[in-house]
Design a binder for this molecule. Structure first.
Ligand code: MLT
Length: 286
């Protein structure tokens, strides 16, 4: 086990999960850092922007006894290396390549925010491999023209002033009001993860977000079990977006997490872990 990047180390320490395995695999000329822990039905955790797989430390801690938990760093983030340009399809294909390398045929795919966009791209491109979907603090739609302009401004900020300036600009939207008021240590841990994101990954990720396709038409094609999860205080992908996902996906369930913002899995880990455990339990009965 090597040295984890400082943002990941701090974040994991905060959530009591330092002793975690770390393996590197290759997808073409790309190195992918990932965790692969526990035994049971596989679940793949896809982080948001500009996170790393450390985001999922509170889930890996809790679920490792009941599922095989796989959490990759998307290319350009954490320990995964690659030069931009990036696309959601490419991130999704990296996940498929990782599953191939691990000899896993099908898995539950759980994505938060950008990870949810990747999960929807994964469904379009590799649906036979999807056992179920968890769409957390995410949306189906593409960027509006105004958001696309903001992505360009953020790319310029990343190049001019680095990832810590991006972290400063994003942190209040990233974490909900209740957490900002009551849990400054959680805000600090999230900020540290964001500020350590590699600039190339941040800029490439922003362009991938800006160019991503609208997944609204995809929703009606989903015929595996789905749970949609959203923090009630999420201002980046608010509950109204979760309601669109829920309405568009036949048979899906919707869970609203009280007192949580955009990173609901970190802000209210017990509530989210309970939802994930129940979802996994139901799947094994199907
Ligand atoms: C994320 O958390 O992945 C981003 O906020 C997604 C976005 O900006 O669309």
């Amino acid at each position: 086990m090597g040295e984890l990047p400082p943002g990941q180390r701090f974040f994991r320490h905060q959530f009591g999960h330092e002793d975690i395995s770390k393996v590197i695999t290759f997808s073409g000329d790309v190195e992918i850092g990932y965790d692969d822990l526990g035994a049971g039905d596989p679940i793949v955790f896809l982080h948001g922007f500009p996170h790393s797989r450390a985001l999922w430390a509170p889930q890996l801690n809790a679920l490792v006894d009941r599922a095989r938990c796989i959490a990759p760093d998307l290319r350009g983030f954490g320990e995964s290396t690659a030069a931009p340009p990036f696309t959601m399809d490419q991130y999704a294909d990296d996940v498929a390549a990782l599953l191939d390398a691990l000899h896993i045929e099908r898995a539950v795919i759980c994505g938060l925010s950008m990870g949810g966009y990747v999960a929807l791209a994964f469904w379009r491109r590799h649906r036979a491999r999807v056992r179920g979907l968890v769409l957390m603090d995410t949306r189906a739609g593409a960027d509006s023209p105004e958001t696309r302009i903001k992505r360009n401004d953020m790319i310029a900020l990343a190049h001019e002033r680095g990832s810590s300036a991006v972290a400063d600009a994003m942190i209040s939207g990233m974490v909900g009001k209740s957490t900002r008021e009551k849990c400054p240590e959680v805000v600090d841990a999230v900020h540290r993860m964001l500020e350590h994101a590699p600039v190339a990954g941040v800029a490439g990720g922003l362009a991938a977000l800006r160019e991503r396709e609208d997944s609204t038409a995809t929703l009606g094609t989903i015929d595996v079990p789905v749970v949609v999860v959203v923090g009630e205080e999420d201002v980046l992908t608010p509950p109204s977006e979760a309601a669109i996902l829920h309405a568009g996906i036949r048979g899906s369930t919707l869970e609203v997490i009280a007192g949580a913002g955009h990173v609901s899995n970190v802000e209210r880990p017990a509530a989210v872990n309970h939802i994930l455990s129940e979802f996994l339990a139901k799947l094994t009965l199907v």
